[in-house]
Write a protein that binds this ligand. Structure first.
Ligand SMILES: [Zn+2]
Length: 265
């Protein structure tokens, strides 16, 4: 897979900017004939938030997390000089993976999983490495490749499948690339016409776009530049941010618990 393609997908996951149906309906009203239902559960409006809270998606993730739980076990056993009895439980009960035996009713019951699905790194993932007494350099070397492989599988199983279902839907609605282009052109003509009739009216406001992305809230950039830099820096592109919790008040970064420790290798 093209690295930039998956990097782009990972950033869009974190920033709630994947082109889900709610966004497409907002940008191209009427083009989709009002179709906005999740391709996996067929009951809920497809949004960036729903993509990772959808029960049907969680079911599809189970075999992936079982597979990568085993891979994690092998990586830690191979890199640790400690006796396996000292870290076996830390791997077995790591909450990023142990939910597969008892899948959560809602994603709120699996916050570490949710954190990972948004392409942040839950600090819970470090517990087995620490229990196995593996040094930071070795953790970094192994963990980033591990996460890359894990997200490849998630991408292939969820987003690729979703994209092919979307492609089929577009065909059934007779929507082509030209439909999107023509829509933009006719919208441009409409907006131009309206602006001529109402020159003093502000038709577009960057803060009134109808979609609330909590990770891209303009207040964050103004109130606290740290997270903004954090998410858009090369650290994010290549290492991804480490979060110890998604239970955060996104309007006040002061309560945001970010583990910066691993950036100081
Ligand atoms: Zn769904």
């Amino acid at each position: 897979m093209n690295y930039s393609k998956i990097a782009s997908w990972r950033i869009k996951c974190s920033t709630y900017s994947l082109p889900t149906l709610d966004i497409l309906n907002r940008n191209y009203p009427s083009l989709l004939n009002g179709f906005n239902t999740c391709f996996f559960c067929h009951t809920t409006v497809e949004t960036n938030l729903h993509l990772w809270t959808c029960p049907a998606v969680i079911s599809k993730l189970i075999p992936i997390f079982i597979k990568h739980h085993d891979i994690l076990r092998i990586i830690i056993s191979t890199n640790s000089n400690s006796h396996s009895a000292l870290f076996a439980d830390a791997i077995k009960y790591c909450e990023v993976f142990n939910w597969t035996t008892n899948p959560p009713n809602t994603i709120d019951d699996a916050p570490h999983l949710h954190c990972l699905l948004l392409n942040f790194v839950p600090t819970e993932l470090l517990s087995p490495f620490k229990a196995a007494n593996i040094g930071k350099q070795l953790i970094k070397k192994n963990l980033f490749q591990f996460l890359l492989d894990l997200h490849h599988d998630i991408y292939n199983t969820i987003w690729k499948e979703r994209s092919s279902l979307w492609k089929e839907k577009k065909q059934s609605l007779n929507i082509t690339k030209a439909s999107f282009k023509n829509f933009k052109r006719s919208k441009h003509r409409r907006d131009h016409h309206q602006n001529q009739r109402r020159p003093n009216q502000q038709n577009f406001s960057p803060t009134n776009h109808g979609y609330n992305n909590p990770f891209n809230d303009s207040r964050r950039a103004i109130d606290n530049s740290i997270l903004w830099i954090y998410l858009t820096s090369s650290n994010f592109l290549h290492n991804l941010p480490w979060l110890s919790s998604l239970k955060i008040d996104l309007s006040s970064f002061s309560s945001y618990n970010v583990n910066l420790d691993l950036f100081y290798f």
